[in-house]
Ligand binder design. Structure first.
Ligand code: IMP
Length: 209
């Protein structure tokens, strides 16, 4: 097996238009890159997420941004997986919020779908995240992280984004939206994928090697 390609520049595009993801990825990236513009700030188009897995979608978004910007690009594809709903909303987690990206509505949908499911008392859920780092020549390195937990209703907390107010990580009694930003950044599915990315592809920005 060949070693993952290392990131050696000082500019890296955060290939997402989701402000919540930009905030979390920028905090994770700070020790490893000097400049990390987002796809939104560069006016890059949002590619259609036609992949069949989180991994495939992360790769296609990273490759599209790397090609369009001529810079290495890091993309995230993530979502909430609920076993009692057969894994939904899963790959379609963003779509459940509708064109207005209304996550209060998306969380309601989850709540109603669970009530109507065969296991309405089940609260088991996971967040999963694939992070893909791609270069303008089309090469990509991809890593995945997962965190398990439980769903709660009604939503609680003001931090975070997306489904954070209904998700309680297994190590806590608070929802992701009640935990402060730094604490979520240490334990989340995104942080787990990021640790693997760092081990494979990054050296600290002041490292001589
Ligand atoms: P996509 O990766 O652009 O398809 O969007 C994934 C969707 O999953 C986001 O819009 C959020 O709704 C949800 N999601 C992913 N990660 C998180 C998280 O850390 N907290 C809350 N919701 C998340």
């Amino acid at each position: 097996m060949t070693a993952p390609r290392r990131f050696t520049g000082d500019r890296l595009v955060i290939a997402t238009h989701n402000a919540g993801k930009v905030r979390e990825i920028a905090a994770l990236l700070a020790p490893y890159a000097k400049h990390f513009p987002s796809a939104g700030s560069l006016g890059l188009p949002e590619p259609a997420e036609t992949g069949l897995t989180f991994r495939q979608n992360a790769e296609l978004k990273a490759k599209a941004a790397a090609k369009a910007s001529n810079l290495p690009a890091l993309a995230d594809d993530s979502g909430l997986i609920i076993p009692a709903l057969g894994g939904k909303p899963g790959l379609h987690s963003a779509l459940w919020a509708g064109p207005q990206k209304d996550f209060a509505f998306a969380m309601q949908r989850v709540h109603h779908a669970l009530i109507l499911s065969d296991a309405p008392e089940s609260s088991v859920a996971c967040f999963t995240c694939a992070l893909s780092l791609a270069w303008p020549d089309g090469h990509a390195e991809t890593f995945e992280g997962i965190i398990s937990g439980a769903l709660t209703w009604p939503p609680r907390g003001e931090h975070g984004f997306g489904y954070d107010p209904i998700f309680i990580p297994v190590s806590d009694t608070r929802t992701f939206a009640e935990i402060d930003h730094d604490a979520k950044t240490r334990i989340s599915h995104r942080a787990t994928a990021f640790r693997q990315l760092v081990a494979g592809c990054f050296a600290p920005k002041d490292s001589p090697c």
